[in-house]
Design a protein around this ligand. Structure first.
Ligand SMILES: Cc1ncc(COP(=O)(O)O)c(C=O)c1O
Length: 421
């Protein structure tokens, strides 16, 4: 960089840093209670500038450092960062069927809840697995264990769980079922960073766990994701598939090397994608991870207050939490009870009019979406639990940047609606 460039850059940095305190001022226009607020600030911006100014923007040391710190946060394991939570799901599913070292055969069955983010299901299908969709329980929003057991066949090889909205699944029963039927467990923790079952972080219970760092998630790298697994060799398989199928950034003792002499920088060992993250994203992740304990504390405090308020209403219901579970709420999910004198639509319409942003509980019942028509998997069963959530469920945001006053105003807004009945 020449002197002129440096002067321009210093001026730009000053301007940026001065405006970073206003990050959230411009955003919520229509909503005073939005789904999410920007949780990054000066630290993340400086980290991004550092990557840009050092010309190390693609996957470098910051990615490795973020992966190392993420594993520490999880209490062990090998972490592989990717460019989204969907890519994390994709890599984990392809770990099962990749041609270099497949664990499963094409057509082997995997059980997945029908109510989740669709890319979890698409990933398994794209990897050539036969997906059997399982209903969910409206009380917990998680997989219905009786339906799960009833869908196990001799071809079933794995359960791909979702800890929806940060509420951990019933891991004791799931581990018993998986042992009894010799099923691998995979976990989609994209909405559940920090959640625990019996003191153990979700993502650590089976072959691998996936995480998402989209803007509104527990931490953000703008876009980004992570796969964690306990087995170092499996992590290296993920690294190969993350970047073209080539043999780089891995422990080569995990791979049979070809006899011919090839250029080690361009040796392809497996098929693969390019779902690499950038160091700009990883730098964000490093700074966000430092903020995570405080973010989690605030999210938990707000959710506890809000759910205590909801518990007083005979018309609304929030998810039930198992005694051994410690949720890490992604948002504030609610169901309108069957006995309520109002519909979900009436309540969400009122909230939206009042400036409170709402969303359905993820995709609701995915079998009801146009995309489901393309795949026979969705018509094999009925999903009464998912239907109920589809018809009566919604969620509100839960930002760690919310304030006590904001939460008071939100509850007051609900109270005014409930007072009509
Ligand atoms: C349960 C679940 N799985 C996967 C994803 C995909 O993550 P991404 O949006 O980063 O691709 C999401 C996204 O929110 C999710 O909620």
């Amino acid at each position: 960089m020449n002197n002129d460039d440096s002067t321009k850059l210093s001026g730009a940095i000053e301007l940026l840093l001065a405006s970073s305190s206003r990050i959230n001022e411009a955003k919520p226009r229509r909503y005073w209670y939005p789904l999410s607020l920007a949780t990054y600030g000066v630290e993340e911006i400086v980290e991004a500038l550092d990557s840009l100014c050092s010309f190390r923007t693609t996957m470098w040391e910051k990615t490795e450092e973020f992966e190392r710190r993420f594993s520490e946060y999880q209490g062990g394991g090998h972490s592989v960062m990717v460019n989204s939570g969907s890519s994390a799901d994709l890599l984990l599913c392809f770990l099962l069927t990749n041609p270099f070292k497949p664990l499963f055969s094409k057509g082997d069955e995997v059980l997945i809840p029908v109510l989740t983010w669709p890319t979890q299901i698409w990933s398994a299908m794209m990897a050539g697995l036969r997906v059997r969709l399982v209903d969910v329980c409206p009380d917990t929003l998680n997989v219905d264990l009786s339906d799960l057991e009833s869908k196990i066949t001799p071809a079933t090889r794995a359960i791909f769980l979702t800890h929806l909205m940060g509420n951990p699944c019933q891991m004791d029963r799931i581990l018993t079922i998986s042992k009894e039927h010799r099923l691998l467990v995979l976990e989609d923790c994209c909405e559940a960073l920090g959640a625990e079952w019996d003191g153990r972080k979700v993502g650590n219970f089976g072959l691998g766990g996936t995480f998402a760092f989209f803007f509104s998630h527990h931490i953000t790298t703008m876009e980004g994701g992570m796969v964690i697994c306990r087995d170092g060799e499996a992590a290296d398989q993920l690294r190969v598939q993350r970047a073209h199928g080539w043999l780089r950034n891995v422990d080569s003792t995990h791979f049979r090397l070809p006899d011919e002499v090839l250029d080690s920088r361009y040796t392809f060992i497996n098929w693969g994608f390019n779902v690499r993250p950038t160091d700009v994203q990883a730098g964000f992740g490093l700074r966000q991870l430092e903020k995570l304990p405080e973010f989690s504390r605030r999210r938990e405090a707000f959710a506890t207050r809000f759910f205590a308020f909801i518990d007083q209403s005979p018309f609304l219901q929030r998810p039930i939490v198992s005694a051994k579970a410690h949720p890490s709420w992604f948002a504030l999910p609610l169901l309108v009870n069957l006995s309520a004198p109002f519909s979900r639509k009436e309540l969400t319409h009122y909230l939206e009019e009042q400036g409170v942003e709402t969303r359905p509980v993820v995709a609701g019942n995915l079998a009801k979406h146009p995309a489901a028509q393309l795949f026979k998997e969705f018509s094999e069963s009925t999903y009464p639990g998912a239907d109920l959530i589809h018809e009566r469920g919604f969620y509100l945001g839960l930002s760690p940047l919310q304030t006590d006053d904001g939460m008071d105003r939100l509850m007051e807004c609900f109270q005014q609606f409930l007072n009509r009945y």
